[in-house]
Design a binder for this molecule. Structure first.
Ligand SMILES: [Zn+2]
Length: 319
């Protein structure tokens, strides 16, 4: 199938009023069928939507302005990695704070000057997250001083601008690989965190065993957006992979990359350590999809589904 989809993803829909109140028509052959990775998705997980053109009735130039949204969030579409000429996909991160219940993906497109839309129901279920007591964290890392608060506020701005996605195209051409040679999970994503008896946060990343000085590798190719010491994360590397996807690597002892570096999948980023708010050396690994922090493990599985191949594992002896 040699279908060219004309997409005008940035020029439309940003004023929600126009988008949701556009006149609609429901006739002619509908251009797409849709495939959701799952009809049920946990908070903190990622949903994969694939938009598959239906038959030869869809001609080049007839289909335009395809958009996918949940509520007021617009999800950009990209050419499918293995069906580049026809299928489109988008990755939808479900924020951790999303309450369980029914939700809807709204899909809308223009075909022969008529607007079509489709509602794809899915449900958000409560993720399998535990509560965890963490003791022995130095009190000055639990209740920061006034000076620390100023530092944290400064760093929040730096981090927020590092997360601004500037590369709309994919920089990744494959599944993720794990950032350590031997993957041993010491703490899963999503656990509710109680520090020294005070509920402070949820665990926004995946902790992988990485004794002091363990080499850490880029999970995928991209551009380094941040490589510096931060109050909570310690020595931290943030990589942008395009398509609104970022990975983060925290608590490192040594940084071998700097902001602006272009890195390839598997490139050495630095060594693990125990800098920042930690009790012992490990890797805190994060994945962020269009501003939403998600479970790295489940995201990696979704990417494997998208690329139709398993996650690359460096050390095949691991469990
Ligand atoms: Zn962690």
């Amino acid at each position: 199938m040699n279908l060219v989809l004309t997409l005008a993803l940035t020029a439309i829909c940003l004023g929600g009023e126009t988008f949701f109140h556009a006149p609609r028509a429901y006739f002619g052959d509908q251009a797409f069928s849709f495939h959701l990775s799952d009809g049920r998705v946990a908070n903190g997980h990622t949903l994969l939507l694939e938009c598959i053109p239906e038959g030869p009735g869809v001609e080049a130039g007839r289909v335009a302005d395809l958009t996918v949204s949940t509520g007021t969030r617009i999800h950009r579409l990209y050419p499918h990695p293995t069906e580049v000429d026809s299928v489109l996909f988008t990755l939808i991160g479900i924020p951790y704070g999303t309450a369980p219940g029914p939700d809807t993906l709204h899909v809308e497109w223009t075909e022969s000057d008529r607007i079509f839309d489709r509602e794809l129901p899915f449900s958000v279920v409560a993720g399998p997250y535990r509560s965890e007591q963490i003791r022995g964290v130095p009190q000055n890392r639990v209740t920061p001083s006034a000076e620390d608060f100023r530092r944290i506020a400064r760093e929040r701005k730096i981090i927020a601008s590092a997360y601004e996605a500037v590369r709309d195209t994919a920089m990744m051409a494959d599944t993720f690989s794990y950032p350590v040679e031997k993957k041993t999970i010491t703490s899963p994503y999503g656990t509710r965190r109680v520090f020294n008896g005070q509920l402070r946060s949820f665990h926004g990343g995946l902790d992988l065993r990485a004794y002091e000085g363990t080499p850490l590798y880029a999970a995928q190719s991209g551009v380094v957006k941040l490589a510096q010491n931060l109050f909570f994360s310690g020595n931290h590397v943030l990589i942008e992979h395009g398509m609104g996807i970022h990975t983060g690597y925290s608590h490192m002892s040594r940084l071998y990359v700097k902001t602006g570096d272009v890195v390839t999948q598997g490139q050495l980023l630095g060594l693990s350590g125990s800098t920042g708010r930690v009790t012992a050396a490990h890797l805190h690994w994060t994945v962020n999809v269009n501003g939403v922090g998600v479970s790295p493990l489940q995201f990696t599985e979704i990417l494997s589904m998208l690329y139709g191949k398993p996650v690359e594992v460096r050390n095949r002896n691991d469990g």
